[in-house]
Write a protein that binds this ligand. Structure first.
Ligand SMILES: Cc1cc2nc3c(=O)[nH]c(=O)nc-3n(C[C@H](O)[C@H](O)[C@H](O)COP(=O)(O)OP(=O)(O)OC[C@H]3O[C@@H](n4cnc5c(N)ncnc54)[C@H](O)[C@@H]3O)c2cc1C
Length: 533
């Protein structure tokens, strides 16, 4: 590492890797990408289903634990976050979803100029390499491979038919004109292998650029200021603290937990909290770390008379066959993304804007990452797409090695509770539609004895898990509740931007990986455009 770069990007995750590629495309920019985690040379980071091995593994996962949350009956929910090159895109479920166009029009409506759907669509397309070809909504010239599933199971087909029988239309592409509908997911993989942001945007060829330095096992601890201008970062490498300086900007792409944590550790946050922890206040902004939003899924498991992946995974020789299938054909269960089928609909089932998303999996387990059940079964999980509940990420120590306190406040509004209850009812309607019903033996979780709204709310509180989409903790906007402006510059500070999932003012209606990359793509244009002025 040198002592000085033009741009220092903190965090080699979904956003950081894309940004490092784009900024270093100009040979006049000297770019440093800092990553706290290690190299991504473990095979399970490349085989899609590897998330079962990499999640909850401290080598690759920050392994955050939420505070006890009353909304989910005082459970402490796990929040995995990638800690390696590629960040969370190296261990996520691979699902490629953009959200609904109204999400982005709403961001613009909230005062964020240039973030409406028509403005951001070109950025989705720019980084995309879509297997199904070019269209008004899709690009083929980008680095991010978006592929069709390489494994299909009959039970998924029955689910798709059943959803149509209750009025959810078939939609082969929910990332286009209309989000509503049921269909097969696409995933960020190529020829059977996962494509993380690192493997997509920082290929060998790009890494050879003389003006790009990538360091791993380097945790940034604090920003360095000259007055209210950021001029560099302090980081810890092999136990030693180093200072590195930025001629142009420091860009935080450390994700929705670490970006607000770094801001607070550096003196940007709620002055009262920072003073209590003995941190010098550079800029008082109580909004830092607030506005935390996430998708909470309620999971239902159905025993079935037809074969599911559970049957394929429960003996050693079948597992060996699966290994061979992957080895020779790059197909089969090892290529499985976290789900096979999506359905976006409204709990009223009247065709209005979807407010819930289903993820259907042709397998079942007690919780994501656990071994599969020893019987044929499948899972329907459902989440509220735009929860009203808001949590927060607050540091509890001036020590950067201490994880922050994460308060989720799940199901803390009546509206969210109602949608949770109604969404279980919609799931049951799909299960009772004739194409699926004939194969169902039993509702294993939660069980048919739960019927009243009060009981279903208890089900949601007891059986829910995160889908790992935390956003919003460095909110983009122009009022007191925001942290960055619509150029992603931190309010009250110069030389500093945040570019990652944390800037979303409101959670988008779907999975958050592709939208985070879109944010980075747009940010790169803004940063490079500004340099030309
Ligand atoms: C288990 C799991 C499954 C998911 N499944 C899906 C899915 O199927 N589809 C989907 O669309 N979305 C999914 N998501 C969500 C999606 O992956 C994230 O929204 C997205 O990756 C966030 O990108 P980011 O750039 O904000 O942060 P990240 O990708 O998390 O990157 C942050 C990076 O910063 C590094 N870092 C943190 N602190 C420091 C520091 N102090 N110094 C240096 N580096 C630091 C981290 O190690 C990490 O590499 C999933 C997430 C998880 C965790």
């Amino acid at each position: 590492m040198n002592k000085t770069y033009d741009y220092i990007i903190v965090g080699a995750g979904s956003a950081g890797c894309l940004l490092a590629n784009r900024l270093s495309a100009d040979p006049n920019n000297n770019v440093l990408l800092l990553e706290a985690g290690g190299k991504d040379n473990n095979i399970w980071l490349h085989i899609p289903v590897g998330y079962f091995k990499t999640m909850n593994n401290p080598k690759f996962d920050w392994m955050y634990k939420l505070e006890k949350d009353q909304g989910v009956n005082n459970r402490r929910i796990d929040w995995p976050r990638g800690k390696t090159l590629g960040g969370s895109s190296a261990l996520n479920g691979l699902l490629y979803i953009r959200g609904d166009k109204h999400d982005y029009d709403n961001w613009e409506h909230l005062g964020n100029k240039g973030w409406g759907f028509n403005d951001i669509l070109p950025y989705f397309k720019k980084s995309e390499c879509q297997e199904n070809g070019k269209s008004k909504y899709h690009g083929v010239d980008g680095e991010l491979k978006v592929s069709n599933l390489r494994l299909k199971r009959k039970i998924a087909e029955y689910f798709i038919k059943a959803a149509q029988e209750i009025g959810i239309p078939y939609n082969p592409d929910c990332n286009s004109e209309e989000q509503e509908g049921v269909g097969y997911f696409q995933q960020t993989s190529y020829k059977g292998f996962r494509k993380s942001s690192y493997r997509s945007f920082l290929t060998k060829k790009i890494r050879k650029r003389n003006n790009l330095t990538i360091t791993t096992d380097t945790q940034m601890s604090k920003l360095i200021f000259s007055g209210k201008k950021v001029i560099g970062v302090k980081c810890i490498q092999k136990g030693k603290e180093t200072e590195i300086y930025a001629n142009c900007e420091v860009i935080l792409s450390a994700g929705s937990i670490a970006s607000p944590q770094i801001l607070q550790l550096s003196g940007i946050g709620d002055a009262e909290l920072l003073e209590k922890l003995g941190i010098d206040v550079i800029h008082n902004n109580p909004a830092v770390g607030k506005n935390l939003q996430d998708h909470l899924q309620v999971r239902m498991v159905y025993k079935t008379s037809t074969r599911t992946l559970n049957d394929e995974l429960n003996t050693w020789w079948k597992k060996a066959m699966i290994g061979l299938q992957f080895l020779f054909f790059r197909t089969g269960p090892l290529t499985l993304s976290a789900s096979q089928v999506y359905a976006f609909t409204n709990t009223s089932l009247d065709g209005s804007r979807p407010n819930i998303q289903f993820h259907m999996q042709p397998l079942s387990a007690d919780k994501p990452g656990d071994g599969v059940h020893p019987f044929s079964a499948f899972t329907i999980s459902v989440c509220n797409l735009r929860p009203e509940s808001r949590g927060k990420v607050l540091i509890n120590s001036a020590d950067p090695s201490q994880p922050p306190t994460i308060i989720s406040n799940y199901l803390s509004t009546e509206g969210d509770q109602k949608i949770a209850v109604e969404s279980i009812k919609v799931a049951r309607k799909i299960a009772k539609a004739s194409s699926l019903k004939k194969y169902i033996l039993d509702e294993f979780v939660p069980g048919e004895s739960y019927t009243s709204d009060e009981q279903l709310l208890e089900v949601a509180k007891n059986n829910s898990q995160s889908i790992y989409h935390p956003v919003g903790t460095c909110k983009m906007g122009h009022d007191d509740s925001s942290v960055v402006d619509d150029q992603l510059k931190v309010h009250g500070i110069s030389g500093l931007r945040v570019v990652d999932a944390s800037i979303m003012p409101e959670l988008i209606s779907g999975n958050t990986n592709a939208p985070t990359m879109m944010i980075a793509e747009k940010a790169a244009d803004m940063i490079l455009g500004e340099k030309l002025l």
